[in-house]
Design a protein around this ligand. Structure first.
Ligand code: NPG
Length: 372
């Protein structure tokens, strides 16, 4: 098979309204801002997503930084180049430090392109072994506990296999108690998005009473050491998210005992290849992983489904149906939930979703084309 030739790259800054606002300890979002990337070679094309937010709240990257780094540094490294396999793309962009979300959209687009050219699914290219993934849902901070209970009840009714709630100081132990009173056995976890410090260790240990699957990223977004101290004081496993940007971070975290579970988001680590490397490391060490989400639209969501089909993704992740967030998605067949709480892994070429070009044009706020 001849190598891919990166002939044309297009960037689309897109904004979609969220069905309802999504609140984490870092703030409230009413719409989803993201960058979609299309790469063309000959007649074929592939799509990827850089799931930035409307500000540097979760990650330091924003629309402006990602666009700037893509336009001025990453695209010049790729455009006009031949590449044998998308698995090499992350290394081609190595000269640029960090900026993982900017890299992800470009890298994912090459996976999709490669799959379409070879007639293989991205799941197959990555070594996926599942035809369905288990789907969990992430529920934001609500104004009242009654509203939270109503939302959780609705998601359980739909079949979601695991509930994650966002917590922050003042919205934690008592909220979990209320959920556990109502649902003693539902697979439940909490996500703090770095809202606590080590001084909160005793308070966080109060969560040990509720048989939680895990507590995600309680401490600083770039910390490994204090998480290792906290983990020794908690029975509940810590899951790391923000702290793991590279394979080296994952190695350090496992060596230090900073947590017992890792959430791998392609957008956070720079794409599918780096996600796979972290997965492989964790699989070899028997550390469970799951696929996180950054409210991706259909493109990034489909890539998340593909990576979540790898064998080490043994826990239900945050890959939920498109309709959980959007009335209308930018793809013609949005990711859907089966009644048993699973999502099918597409077996067709690439990521298995087609772009709704007319709708994409309506929601695109900025566009730029680059040709070799
Ligand atoms: O379903 O895609 C999803 C969202 C899952 O809760 C989720 N993501 O910290 O993991 C997180 C959180 C997040 C969302 C972070 C948006 C940043 C932005």
């Amino acid at each position: 098979m001849k190598p891919m030739l990166i002939e044309q790259i297009e960037l689309y800054a897109v904004q979609l309204p969220l069905k309802s606002h999504f609140e984490t300890s870092t703030g409230r979002a009413y719409h989803r801002d993201t960058i979609l990337v299309r790469i063309r070679d000959d007649g074929a094309e592939g799509w990827g997503e850089s799931p930035i937010e409307d500000g540097p709240w979760y990650s330091p990257e924003t629309l402006e930084t990602a666009w700037h780094v893509q336009r001025d540094f990453l695209i010049p490294l790729l455009l006009g180049q031949e590449i044998e396999s998308a698995s090499q793309a992350f290394a081609r962009m190595d000269r640029v430090r960090g900026h993982n979300m900017a890299k992800t959209g470009l890298e994912e687009a090459l996976w999709d392109l490669e799959g379409r050219q070879k007639g293989l699914s991205v799941s197959h290219l990555l070594g996926g072994t599942r035809s369905q993934i288990e789907s969990g849902v992430s529920v934001g901070i609500q104004d009242t506990v009654e509203e939270l209970i109503e939302q959780v009840a609705g998601f359980l009714e739909l079949g979601y296999r695991r509930i994650k709630i966002k917590i922050k100081p003042g919205w934690d132990v008592e909220i979990v108690r209320a959920l556990r009173d109502k649902w003693p056995d539902v697979p439940l976890m909490v996500d703090a998005n770095s809202a606590y410090t080590l001084a909160d260790a005793d308070h966080l240990a109060g969560l040990d009473a509720f048989n939680l699957l895990m507590i995600e990223q309680p401490l600083a977004h770039d910390d490994l050491y204090e998480h290792s101290l906290l983990q020794r004081r908690l029975r509940t496993p810590i899951c790391l998210d923000e702290s793991i940007a590279t394979v080296a971070d994952a190695q350090a975290a496992l060596a230090l005992g900073s947590g017992r579970i890792i959430n791998i988001k392609p957008g956070r680590v720079g794409g599918l290849e780096e996600a796979k490397r972290i997965h492989d490391l964790c699989l070899a060490r028997e550390v469970p992983v799951w696929c996180g989400g950054l409210l991706e639209v259909g493109v990034g969501r489909a890539h998340n489904v593909a990576i979540a089909s790898l064998p080490g993704y043994t826990l239900p992740g945050d890959v939920s149906a498109s309709e959980r967030y959007f009335d209308r998605d930018v793809v013609t067949s949005p990711i859907a939930l089966n009644s048993d709480g699973t999502i099918d892994v597409p077996s067709g070429p690439g990521i298995g979703v087609e772009i709704d070009e007319r709708f994409l044009a309506q929601v695109t706020e900025r566009y730029q084309q680059f040709r070799a």
